[in-house]
Design a protein around this ligand. Structure first.
Ligand code: SF4
Length: 338
């Protein structure tokens, strides 16, 4: 059940606070993949996390489920500190914090039947007899659109899309309160992507589970997410309700990402939409990390790093162009389209 505040409003099920993830490399400078990120996820809500490859999305996802220990900051699941995976003392209730990976083949055991792997999640909760678990495995397969006979097949006997369905069924077996999905559709064909995106939306709503949906594919995120957080070089630079961000992005990077989403009449990749490359995370630029690529850069940007702050109800942005409580359209958006 979603936790509720005293006033009755739904409170967050996953809280990421000032999280830093740093990787040490022998003889080289450490890489700060996540440089201090705070996010919260509510029950039955879908938060999309977007950004280019290497921006720190996957490191943040791994920290959120305890696969990586943050160098600083904290992650709380239902109010309780997340215990790193691998520790035998990880509380049973934290099994309700589940992750779906990009590559279902590597996340499934090739030598075990699909049904056995799904039943593992049920066994963790210790619920039901073995007969009841068999029936439940059939139910879960049906929920993800596979026949009950799939339980007796091995991972290599399925297509990529079917394997991802099995991975999702296994995740659902643990009755998750929060699902962190890291590029879950990246390896799939376009038609399967749409089907699985719809499946993830309906399962999140039915279960009341919060879903952190991580992707570099903005078209999918726009379809799936209630809220979007944009990451650039280890930091979140904008958070907004999905529709509002598409209607009026407040950060220049969000604006460039949205402009780069392929359309039938205009197919562009991000590097073509923005000058320059993403900087080395081991040596981020001084001031605003986006300033070497920003079309609106001015002197202050090169010196001071803008904090993420609320500029309108439900809208946070880290950019000196935006003033607290006074969100405004970016200058380029005010020009008529070319
Ligand atoms: Fe661009 Fe300056 Fe805003 Fe950074 S702070 S995004 S450089 S305008």
């Amino acid at each position: 059940m979603p936790r509720r505040s005293v006033a009755g409003s739904i409170v967050s099920v996953l809280d990421v606070t000032d999280v830093v993830v740093e990787y040490r490399r022998p003889g080289r400078d450490p890489v700060r993949a996540v440089a201090g990120v705070s996010l919260s996820l509510d029950a039955a809500r879908i938060l999309g996390l977007v950004g280019e490859t290497g921006c720190g999305k996957s490191s943040l996802a791994r920290a959120a489920v305890g696969l990586v220990r943050p160098s600083a900051g904290s992650v709380r699941f239902n109010g309780e500190l997340v215990t790193p995976l691998g520790r035998r003392t990880r509380p049973m209730r934290q099994t309700r914090l589940q992750m779906v990976f990009q590559d279902p083949f590597s996340s499934l055991n090739p030598r075990r039947k699909a049904g056995e792997q799904i039943a593992d999640g049920l066994a963790i909760s210790g619920k039901g007899s073995s007969g009841q678990r068999r029936v439940r495995v059939g139910d879960l397969l049906s929920q993800v659109g596979l026949p009950a006979s799939a339980a007796s097949r091995y991972p290599h006997e399925f297509s990529g899309g079917q394997r991802q369905r099995i991975a999702i069924a296994r995740t659902l077996a643990a009755e998750p309160t929060v699902i962190v999905a890291d590029e879950p559709l990246a390896a799939l064909d376009a038609s399967i992507k749409a089907q699985l995106a719809n499946l993830m939306i309906s399962l999140s709503r039915e279960l009341g589970a919060g879903l952190l949906f991580i992707s570099h594919d903005l078209a999918i995120v726009r379809h799936v997410a209630d809220l979007v957080a944009v990451m650039y070089l280890g930091l979140v630079v904008e958070v907004a309700p999905t529709r509002e961000m598409w209607a009026m992005p407040l950060h220049p990077y969000s604006e460039a990402l949205i402009a780069a989403v392929p359309r039938l009449d205009r197919i562009r990749a991000l590097p073509a939409a923005l000058p320059g490359e993403v900087a080395d995370p081991a040596h981020p630029p001084q001031g605003c990390r986006f300033h070497p690529r920003c079309p609106y850069v001015f002197d202050r940007c090169r010196i001071e790093s803008p904090p993420l702050r609320e500029v309108a109800p439900g809208r946070q942005v880290a950019c000196w162009l935006q003033e607290q409580g006074r969100a405004r359209a970016l200058p380029r958006a005010q020009r008529p389209p070319a």
